[in-house]
Write a protein that binds this ligand. Structure first.
Ligand code: HEM
Length: 186
C-alpha cells in the first residue's frame, strides 16, 4: 500500500472509532416523534411564575394554566354551562376566588399529567366522582354528551385566546375527549 493510502486508512479508522464512541447504544434519542404534548407546550424548562415571581414553574404547566384560566372564563360566560357551576359562579360573583383557584390548580395538573408532565401529581377527584353531583356537590347536575362537547368547544376557544396553534389544539381535544365516558353520566 502506498504511503498516502496508508494515511487515508488510518484517518478513516480514527473517524470511525470516534463516531462509534460518541454514539453509544444506550444514548437517549430525542426526536420530535418522541415529544409529548407537554414537551411541545414548553415541557420541564423552569421559568419564573408571572403570577408569583418568588416561584418557579415549568413552561409546559404555565402554558396549560393559561389555557385553563382563559377557558374557565369562557365557560363562566356560557349560558349552556351556567346550570352546572352555580357554586363556583356564586362564589366568584361574591368576590371569593378560592374555589376558582382550586379548580384552576386541579384542572391544570390534570391536563398537565394527561399531556405528559412527570413532576406534578393530580390529587383531585377522579373524573367519574368529580362529575357526579352525589360525590361532588359543586357539580350541580350530571352532564349530557351535548354539553360535554360545548365544554370542550369552550376550552378550544380558551386555547385560541392563548394563541395555541390548531395542530396542538387538536391533540388537546383528543386528550379531553378520552374522559368523555367518565364525565357524561346522563
Ligand atoms: C373535558 C373534560 C373534562 C375534564 C378534564 C374535567 C376536569 C375537571 C377537574 C380536574 C375538576 C376538579 C375536580 C376536583 O377538584 O376534585 C372538575 C370539576 C368540575 N367539572 Fe369538569 N372536566 C371536564 C368536563 C366537564 C364538563 C363537560 C362539565 C359540565 C358540563 C364539567 C363541570 C365541572 C364542574 C361543575 C366541576 C366543579 C367545579 C367547582 O369546583 O366548582 N366538567 N372538572
Amino acid at each position: 500500500m502506498k504511503k498516502t493510502n496508508l494515511k487515508f486508512v488510518a484517518l478513516a479508522a480514527i473517524a470511525t472509532a470516534s463516531l462509534v464512541s460518541s454514539c453509544k447504544k444506550d444514548d437517549p434519542v430525542v426526536t420530535p416523534m418522541t415529544m409529548t404534548l407537554y414537551d411541545t407546550l414548553g415541557g420541564t424548562t423552569l421559568v419564573t411564575d408571572p403570577s408569583n415571581t418568588s416561584k418557579m414553574v415549568e413552561k409546559g404547566r404555565l402554558a396549560i394554566r393559561g389555557v385553563v384560566d382563559s377557558s374557565i372564563f369562557v365557560i363562566a360566560a356560557d349560558p349552556a354551562m351556567a346550570p352546572y357551576f352555580p357554586t363556583l359562579l356564586g362564589e366568584v360573583t361574591a368576590g371569593n376566588t378560592t374555589g376558582f383557584a382550586a379548580l384552576s390548580d386541579n384542572f391544570t395538573t390534570f391536563v398537565a399529567t394527561a399531556t405528559g408532565a412527570k413532576n406534578y401529581t393530580y390529587t383531585g377527584k377522579n373524573m367519574k366522582d368529580a362529575h357526579d353531583p352525589a360525590k361532588n356537590p359543586r357539580m350541580a347536575q350530571k352532564s349530557t354528551a351535548a354539553d360535554f362537547d360545548i365544554f370542550v368547544g369552550d376550552i378550544v376557544k380558551g386555547a385560541k385566546k392563548n394563541g395555541v396553534p390548531d395542530a396542538i389544539i387538536g391533540r388537546l381535544g383528543t386528550i379531553l375527549n378520552s374522559v368523555k365516558g367518565d364525565v357524561v353520566q346522563r
